[in-house]
Design a protein. Structure first.
Length: 63
């Protein structure tokens, strides 16, 4: 499996709420840190924060 596809699978599973040990198992890693460091990285935001930022550029509905 290509690195890009593996990263996509890891990101999708992470976004779906799968726990990281299960994601690591799916990718065939013996260490969870490999999955976290190479495929998932840090979660820089949560969904609520992302929605607030996405709405920053929406026109005001009152106008």
């Amino acid at each position: 499996m290509s690195h890009t596809l593996r990263k996509t699978v890891a990101s999708f599973l992470d976004g779906s709420g799968r726990v990281r040990p299960k994601i690591s198992d799916q990718l065939g890693h013996s260490k969870i840190t490999m999955t976290q460091d190479r495929y998932l990285g840090r979660r820089l935001t949560d969904r609520e924060t992302a929605e607030i930022l996405e709405n920053m550029f929406e026109p005001d509905r009152d106008e």
